[in-house]
Design a protein around this ligand. Structure first.
Ligand SMILES: Cc1cc2nc3c(=O)[nH]c(=O)nc-3n(C[C@H](O)[C@H](O)[C@H](O)COP(=O)(O)O)c2cc1C
Length: 168
C-alpha cells in the first residue's frame, strides 16, 4: 500500500514523538511515515496527500522550537489539495491558561491554505483557556501525557478511526 499519510512532529522531551508513533501504528505502518520536523524539508511535505502535524506547547503558549523553523517551509508549500489533521500536547494543570496553544498556532498557520479535518471534543479535559479551540471544539486531537497518560491510547484510536473516513 502507498504511504500517503505523513505524520510530522516536533518534540523536546519525547512525548509528542511517542504519540506520533502511536498514531502511525493505529493507521497501520504500511500507510504512514513518521517524520521529525527537525529533519524535514518542504519536499517531504509534497510526498503525502494527507498530513498529520503535531506539536507540544512550550514557553507559555508557543509551538515547539523545531516547528518555529519549519513553519516557514509549511507556509511556502502548496497545500491546496492536502487534507491536514493537527494534534497537540500540553499540560492542562500546570498550563491551564495556555493549554495546547501550540496546536492552535499550528492550525492558524495552515487553516487558510488547506482543508483541516479531525476536530476533537473538549469534554474530559479541565483547563481555563486554550488557543486550540475553534467553534467549540479543539482543532485536532489534544493529548495530555502529564496528567491523563492513561487516556492516550483510547484517544489516539478514536481519532484515527475518525480520520480514516477522511484519509482514503
Ligand atoms: C517550560 C515548559 C513550558 C510549558 N508550557 C506549556 C504551555 O504553555 N501550555 C501547555 O499546554 N503545556 C505546556 N508545557 C507542557 C508540555 O507541552 C508537555 O509536557 C508536552 O507533553 C511536552 O511534549 P514533548 O515531550 O513532545 O516536548 C510546558 C512544559 C514545560 C516544561
Amino acid at each position: 500500500m502507498e504511504k500517503n499519510i505523513g505524520i510530522f512532529y516536533g518534540s523536546s522531551t519525547g512525548s509528542t514523538e511517542k504519540v506520533a508513533e502511536l498514531l502511525c501504528n493505529a493507521f497501520g505502518q504500511e500507510r504512514c511515515m513518521v517524520i521529525n520536523v527537525e529533519d524535514a524539508s518542504k519536499a517531504d511535505l509534497n510526498k503525502f496527500a494527507y498530513l498529520v502535524l503535531g506539536t507540544p506547547t512550550w514557553e507559555i503558549g508557543e509551538m515547539q522550537e523545531d516547528w518555529l523553523d519549519f513553519i516557514a517551509e509549511l507556509k511556502k508549500a502548496d497545500l491546496k489539495k492536502k487534507k491536514i489533521a493537527i494534534f497537540g500536547l500540553g499540560d492542562q494543570e500546570a498550563s491551564a491558561d495556555s493549554f495546547a496553544d501550540g496546536a492552535g498556532r499550528l492550525y492558524e498557520a495552515v487553516a487558510e491554505k488547506a482543508t483541516v479535518v479531525g476536530a476533537w471534543p473538549t469534554e474530559g479535559y479541565d483547563f481555563a483557556k486554550s488557543m486550540a479551540i475553534k467553534d467549540g471544539k479543539f482543532v485536532g486531537l489534544i493529548i495530555d501525557e502529564d496528567n491523563q497518560k492513561e487516556k492516550t491510547p483510547e484517544r489516539v484510536n478514536a481519532w484515527v478511526k475518525m480520520l480514516k473516513k477522511e484519509f482514503k
